[in-house]
Ligand binder design. Structure first.
Ligand code: AN0
Ligand code: CP
Length: 317
């Protein structure tokens, strides 16, 4: 595997989960693979889990790691070609990317949707420039439209906790005060559609995701209906996708907060969230603290998903 940006890059999901469980059982077995290899992690946005878990995964594989927060200490980057650079951005991405490529063997990039142009976001303009100009394998640490390391960790977690061959997985929108990207829900939908689960989505009207990610998944605008019989409840906020509200908050309806009453509608479901989560907006304290909440093991599996991806990239160098 050279680049990792979507579910398609990982190939067969059963093989990927099997490999993940092997890595998890013996995470230092491939230390030789990363010897004298350097991972460069580029962050255009904040991170707790991705930063720590990916670095840990790289260390498990014997790699060296360099982390760069582009907005703290590096030159401010112009990203638009053709701009007369007489403003406050001294360096262009078109030089910065190949320069970064000189100092490493693999590059991870975090670059969220900017909500300035839907076309730029959905064409993954930043991530694709790294793929095109770095000369290195590139993996997404959450880009504009997808967060595949998260979705892979989510899938591993569901495989570990499921008690039915084909569990019902409900992804529900929940309220949040600020506009968040669609990357996590897009990506989760993409992975769940490829996995052997009964997947449905619940969101208020006006919050339907891009049809290319929804596919033929059933979308409920009534959360209670969707939650009936759920084995996993995957909560997430996202901003509106449809024009003219792209990237906007159009509702903070707290009747969509995942509370104990909501969880009572399910088949004793596990609660999942990628984190960070705003308590008592997305989910009540009692639900996230309950024994059915698996948000911490879910976060722990980020190390495993990152390690499988890095391992496969290293094996292809
Ligand atoms: C980001 C998002 O919703 O995409 C990162 C989640 C992993 N969340 C926030 O910015 C709060
Ligand atoms: N879930 C996730 O990607 O968390 P961070 O934004 O903290 O990396």
């Amino acid at each position: 595997m050279r680049n990792f940006t979507t579910v398609a890059d990982i190939g067969d999901l059963n093989d990927a989960v099997k490999e993940a469980l092997e890595v998890k059982a013996d995470r230092f077995a491939f230390q030789h693979l990363g010897r004298n290899k350097t991972l460069l992690m580029i962050f255009f946005n904040s991170s707790l889990r991705t930063r720590l878990s990916t670095q840990k995964a790289a260390m498990n594989l014997g790699m060296n790691t360099i982390v760069l927060d582009v907005n703290q200490g590096a030159w401010k980057l112009e990203t638009e070609r053709g701009v007369i650079m007489d403003g406050d951005r001294p360096e262009h991405l078109l030089e910065a990317i190949p320069v970064m490529g000189c100092y490493c063997d693999v590059i991870g990039v975090r670059s969220f949707a900017r909500f300035e142009s839907k076309a730029d976001d959905y064409n993954e303009v930043i991530l694709n420039q790294f793929i095109k100009y770095s000369g290195r394998p590139v993996f997404s640490m959450e880009a504009a439209t997808r967060h595949p390391l998260q979705s892979f960790a989510d899938l591993i977690t569901i495989e570990e906790y499921k008690t039915k061959q084909r569990p019902k997985v409900v992804m529900t929108w929940a309220p949040h005060p600020k506009a968040l990207p669609q990357a996590v829900p897009n990506s989760f939908a993409e992975w769940m559609r490829a996995a052997d689960v009964d997947f449905v989505i619940a969101n208020p009207e006006g919050y339907d995701l891009d049809p290319q990610f929804v596919g033929d998944t059933k979308v409920y605008h009534n959360q209670d209906e969707a939650l009936k019989g759920a084995d996993f409840v995957y909560a997430k906020n996202w901003s509106a996708f449809a024009d003219p509200n792209y990237g906007k908050v159009i509702s903070t309806d707290r009747s969509w907060t995942v509370t104990a009453d909501k969880m009572a509608l399910t088949d004793n479901a596990f609660f999942m969230h990628c984190l960070p989560v705003r308590r008592n907006m997305i989910v009540s304290d009692d639900v996230i603290e309950s024994p059915r909440s698996i948000v911490i093991p879910e976060a722990a599996n980020r190390e495993i998903s990152a390690q499988v991806v890095l391992k496969r990239i290293l094996q292809s160098l």
